[in-house]
Structure formats: structure tokens, C-alpha cells
Design a protein around this ligand. Sequence first.
Ligand code: CA2
Length: 151
Amino acid sequence: MARVLVLNGPNLQRLGTREPTIYGSATLADVERDLVAAAPEGVEVELRQTDDEATLISWLHEAVDTGSPVIMNPAAFTHYSYALRDASVLVTEAGLPLIEVHISNPHRREEFRHTSVVSGVATGVIAGLGVEGYRLALQYVAGRIASAGGA
Ligand code: CA2
């Protein structure tokens, strides 16, 4: 059984409760339900959220240690956390995919959101497709797992 970690950064536990014009009305629990339902046989999805940078970094270390592919919405950490970038490098250097997901398209928003310090070290980036972006990321990751022969 391969495990995919779906990691979410600060304030995303509030998803679905405000700013619906930007983020839609789905909650993180809805996203989790959708991903678990979409996961092919042999792929387990574990969704987590934290407001704490150190915790998010420790989860990336855990991904390296357990060989788990990562789908990550770093939220506001995206724009300034060099520590998160460094931890993301560890994931991709271990040969594991790390897909950066944003619900909104940060490039259509305020200037400070136009910079991602994570994108340059991520395997790929999905932005602006709403919460569907998580499922598209899972589809890609599941394909990578399958072509690697599972695990
Ligand atoms: O578009 C995204 O997914 C973001 O990563 C969301 C972050 C924002 O800082 C990034 O620039 C883009 C904000 C997460 C806040 O989450 C909430 C969503 C809805 C309601 C309340 C909080």
C-alpha cells in the first residue's frame, strides 16, 4: 500500500467558511472525502492541516523517511518560507513527487502572492482550478506510483 500525504498549511482548516468567491464552498473535509474516494486500489490518502511551519516541515521529513509522495498546499508559507522550500528539496531529491497545489490562482491576485519559493523545487504546480486541483494532483501521483510498480 502506497501512502500519499496531502499537506495543507495555515488557515486552510477554514476552507469553505469564507471568501467563497476565491476559494469555493468545499471544506477540507470535503476534499479529504473526494480524495479518498478517488484513490485507486493500493493508494492510501492521508490529509493533514497545520498552522505551524515546523510541523509542516516535520511532515515533509516524514515523507522522505517513509517514501511517501506529497501533495502540498503550503498556503501563505508558499510566498516566504525558505525553510519549507529546503524541506521540499529533500522530498524531490529522494525521488518522490511533490505537487504544489493552490485552490486560487495566486498570479491573478495581490503582487505578494506572485512569488512562490516552493515552485522552483516542486515536481509540478497546479493553481487556479479550485479544489479539483487536489484530485488532479492525486491522479498524477497515482500514475507515478503505478509506473514505479506500486509502493
Ligand atoms: O489558493 C490557495 O490555495 C492559497 O494557497 C491559499 C492561501 C493563500 O495564502 C495563498 O496565496 C493561495 C490562503 C489559505 C487561507 O485559507 C482559507 C480559505 C478559505 C477561507 C479561509 C481561509
